[in-house]
Write a new protein. Structure first.
Length: 86
């Protein structure tokens, strides 16, 4: 999952195939733009609770900074990437 307000996220409106590379291994996946603020907020909170860096998920966060609720509310969209629907 990637959190972003950048324009590129709009490429995933309605869903789109995406190639993901992780640890040198490429896979074909499917990305979809999610704009439901309840879903996105819950996903951000789960990411934080799980210990995953928000920077790794596409948000520019200063090291050691804990985002406020207002800052997290400003992130309106997430690109959810899941296994391809072939």
């Amino acid at each position: 999952m990637v959190f972003s307000n950048s324009a590129w996220r709009l490429n995933f409106g309605g869903g789109a195939p995406v190639r993901v590379e992780r640890r040198g291994r490429r896979t074909e996946e499917f990305g979809e733009l999610v704009s439901d603020p309840v879903y996105v907020g819950a996903a951000i909170q789960a990411t934080l609770a799980g210990g995953t860096s928000l920077t790794m998920r596409g948000l520019a966060i200063d090291k050691g900074h804990r985002p406020t609720d207002a800052e997290l509310d400003a992130v309106r969209d997430a690109v959810v990437i899941r296994p391809s629907r072939r």
